[in-house]
Design a protein around this ligand. Structure first.
Ligand code: ATP
Ligand code: MG
Length: 563
C-alpha cells in the first residue's frame, strides 16, 4: 500500500540499530524468521507527531521485513480512556498510510487471561495482596542505593491472597485500599523490581468491558503479556521504558510455556523545538481554550498537522531523516517544515494569491478588456498541465512589492522601474497616489504589448517578477497565517514555569486575501503553492461563499532569518 517511499529512502541510508537487530535475528533464524511488531497507543488522547515516529518504526519494520504489525490499544486505565480517542487513533494511522489489517486488539481483551495469570502467580507464591496505602508502600521502597523494606503483608498465605484478590475483584473493598504486588526482590538495584504493584481496584466503568472488572492490571503487567499473547517478536518502545525491561522479562519468563519470548528494544523519543508533545499538556491546551481543538492547525497532533496541510509522506520522510537511536535528542521543528516544503514543492500546483493587496492600474490597457493568460501548474512536474488566469486593467499586487524610493537591491517595483507580471506582461511604473496619511494606495503603470508571455519580447531582461490577481476577477478569501504556538524553543524545559507561560500571543493571524478565480473549484484540504508566499490548503471551515485557507508553511524558512 505504501511501498513507494520506502524504496526511495531505504537505498540512501544505512540500517538503524533496530533494523540491524532484526536482521541479526533473521540471520540466526530466531522465531522461525518471523517479524511481528505492534503499536500500543493508550486511547487517552489524540496521536501527535511523536507517536508518528513510533508508528513509522513499528509498521515500517514489519513492512520492510515482510512481517506484521498489530494495533493494540493499551486500555488499562478506564478513568482516562474513551472511544472518541480510539476512533481518532485509527483514522490517523490510516492517514499516515499504514494498515493493521484485521489485527485490531485491546489489552482489555486479555483481562481474563491476565487475571488468571495473576491468580497463577499467587498460587506459586509470586504475588501477594498488600493492604497498605500507596504512601506507606512508597516509604518502604528504599532508594537505588538502599534496599527497601518488606511489607508486613508479604508473607500472607496463598489461600488468604487468593481470597482477598477475588474479593477485590468482587468490589468488596474500596478503591486504593488494597493492591496486588508481584513478589520479586525488595533489594533489587532496579526499583521496578521491588515488588511492583500489578493490580489495583478501580470502580470507574471501562469503555469496552463496562463494569465487569473491579481490578485493573497496571501497564507493566499488561504490556509484555499482551505482546506474548499476540506472538509479538520485537516490542519497540521509547527509552524511558528501558528501566522497565527487567520486569518485562521477569513477567514473560513466568508466563512462558515454550522457547518463544517477545523482546523489548528501546529507541529515543521525538522531542521537537517550540513544541510540546505531552498528552496532558495538549489536553490542557484544548480544555482551557488556548487552541480551538485537537485539530487546530497549530497543534502537533496528526489531526492538527493534517488540517494544517502536512502530508503523510512529509511526516514519514521527516521520521526517516531524523532516524532512530539510543541518544535523547531535541529535533529542530524546521526539519519538519523542510520535509513538508519538499513534498509540496512536487505536488502542489502554483497559483496566484495576494495577501496584502495594493491596487495597480495599467493606464494604457483597455478598460473593458479581459485576456486569459496561460500558465503552467507546476514547473517541477509537466504532467500537471496548465490553466488560464484572467488579466485586466486593474490588478492587485503585494504592498511589499512596491517602494516609493527603492534601494538598489530592491528588485521589484518603484517609480520608473520595470517588472514582469508572472505569465502576463512587462510593465513600467509611471506614477502612484497616496492617501492623506501618506500610504501608497494606487500605482499607475503602462504595459508593452510585445512583452506578452510567449510574445516576441517576452524574454526581455527585467529585474523582478511579481505575482498578481485581476481585481475584478479575484475572489476574497480568509487566510489564516500561523506562527509557532510557543515562543520558547523548549516550552516544557523550565522548572518553575508551565509551557502555557510561553504561549505565543501572535500564533494566529487572520487576514483577507485575494486569490485567482480558479480556486473557487478547490475542494477541502486541497493544497497549493501561492506563488512567492508559501504553501496553503483549503480549510474545512470553507463554505460555498466563504473560502478559508491555512498557510502550511511559508516558502522559505523565515524563522531562521529572524534569529
Ligand atoms: P502517556 O504519557 O499518556 O503514556 P504517551 O505519549 O506515552 O503518553 P502512548 O499512547 O502510551 O502515549 O504511546 C503509544 C506509543 O507511542 C508508545 O509506544 C510510546 O513509546 C510512543 N510514543 C509516545 N510519545 C512518543 C514520542 N514523543 N516519540 C516517539 N514515540 C513516542
Ligand atoms: Mg505511554
Amino acid at each position: 500500500m505504501m511501498t513507494d517511499h520506502k524504496e526511495d529512502t531505504s537505498e540512501k541510508r544505512s540500517l538503524n540499530f533496530i533494523e540491524a537487530i532484526v536482521e541479526e535475528d533473521l540471520r540466526q533464524g530466531r522465531d522461525d524468521g518471523k517479524v511481528h511488531t505492534r503499536f500500543p497507543p493508550e486511547p487517552n488522547g489524540y496521536l501527535h507527531i511523536g507517536h508518528a515516529k513510533a508508528i513509522c518504526l513499528d509498521f515500517g519494520i514489519a513492512e520492510n521485513y515482510k512481517g506484521k504489525c498489530n494495533l493494540r490499544f493499551d486500555d488499562t486505565n478506564p478513568t482516562k480512556e474513551d472511544v472518541e480517542y480510539v476512533d481518532s487513533i485509527k483514522e490517523d494511522i490510516k492517514w499516515l498510510g499504514f494498515d493493521w489489517e484485521e489485527r485490531e486488539y485491546y489489552a482489555s481483551d486479555y483481562f481474563g487471561q491476565l487475571f488468571d495469570f495473576a491468580v497463577d502467580l499467587i498460587k506459586r507464591g509470586l504475588a501477594y495482596v498488600d493492604d497498605q496505602s500507596s504512601e506507606e508502600m512508597a516509604s518502604q521502597k528504599g532508594t537505588p542505593t538502599e534496599p527497601g523494606k518488606h511489607s508486613p503483608f508479604r508473607e500472607r498465605s496463598v489461600e488468604e491472597n487468593l481470597n482477598l484478590f477475588q474479593r477485590m475483584n468482587a468490589g468488596e473493598f474500596p478503591e486504593g485500599s488494597r493492591v496486588l504486588r508481584a513478589k520479586i526482590d525488595m533489594a533489587s538495584p532496579n526499583m521496578h523490581m521491588r515488588d511492583p504493584v500489578i493490580y489495583r481496584i478501580l470502580f470507574h466503568p471501562h469503555h469496552r468491558t463496562g463494569d465487569a472488572w473491579k481490578v485493573y492490571p497496571m501497564y507493566d503487567f499488561a504490556h509484555g503479556q499482551s505482546d506474548y499473547f499476540e506472538g509479538v517478536t520485537h516490542s519497540l518502545c521509547t527509552l524511558e521504558f528501558e528501566v522497565h525491561r527487567p520486569l518485562y522479562d521477569w513477567l514473560v519468563e513466568q508466563l512462558m510455556t515454550d522457547n518463544y519470548r517477545p523482546r523489548q528494544t528501546e529507541f529515543n523519543r521525538l522531542n521537537l523545538s517550540y513544541t510540546v508533545l505531552s498528552k496532558r499538556l495538549l489536553l490542557e491546551l484544548v480544555e482551557k481554550g488556548h487552541v480551538k481543538g485537537w485539530d487546530d492547525p497549530r497543534m502537533p497532533t496528526l489531526t492538527g498537522l493534517r488540517r494544517r496541510g502536512y502530508t503523510p509522506e512529509s511526516i514519514r520522510n521527516f521520521n526517516d531523516s531524523i532516524g532512530y537511536t539510543k541518544v535523547m535528542a531535541n529535533n529542530d521543528v524546521s526539519l519538519l517544515e523542510y520535509a513538508v516544503r519538499e513534498d509540496l514543492n512536487k505536488k502542489a500546483p502554483r497559483v496566484m494569491g495576494v495577501l496584502n493587496p495594493l491596487k495597480l492600474i495599467i493606464t494604457n490597457y483597455p478598460e473593458d478588456k479581459t485576456e486569459e493568460m496561460e500558465t503552467i501548474n507546476n514547473p517541477e512536474d509537466e504532467s500537471m498541465g496548465s490553466r488560464t488566469i484572467p488579466f485586466s486593467r486593474e490588478i492587485y499586487i503585494e504592498k511589499e512589492d512596491f517602494m516609493e524610493e527603492p534601494p538598489k537591491k530592491f528588485f521589484r517595483l518603484g517609480p520608473g522601474r520595470e517588472v514582469r507580471l508572472k505569465s502576463a506582461y512587462i510593465i513600467k511604473c509611471d506614477d502612484y497616489r497616496k492617501d492623506e496619511d501618506g500610504n501608497v494606495v494606487e500605482v499607475y503603470c503602462t504595459y508593452d504589448e510585445a512583452t506578452r508571455s510567449g510574445g516576441p519580447e517576452a524574454n526581455r531582461k527585467v529585474k523582478g517578477t511579481l505575482h498578481w490577481v485581476s481585481a475584478k476577477h479575484a475572489i476574497e478569501a480568509e487566510v489564516r497565517l500561523f506562527d509557532r504556538l510557543f515562543s520558547d524553543p523548549e516550552p516544557a524545559g523550565h522548572k518553575d514555569k508551565s509551557p502555557i507561560d510561553f504561549l505565543n500571543p501572535d500564533s494566529l493571524k487572520v487576514i483577507t486575501g485575494y486569490v485567482e478565480p480558479s480556486l473557487n473549484n478547490a475542494s477541502l484540504l486541497d493544497q497549493f503553492q501561492f506563488q512567492r508566499l508559501g504553501y496553503f490548503n483549503v480549510d474545512p471551515d470553507t463554505t460555498p461563499d466563504h473560502l478559508v485557507f491555512n498557510r502550511t508553511v511559508p516558502l522559505r524558512d523565515n524563522w531562521a532569518k529572524k534569529s
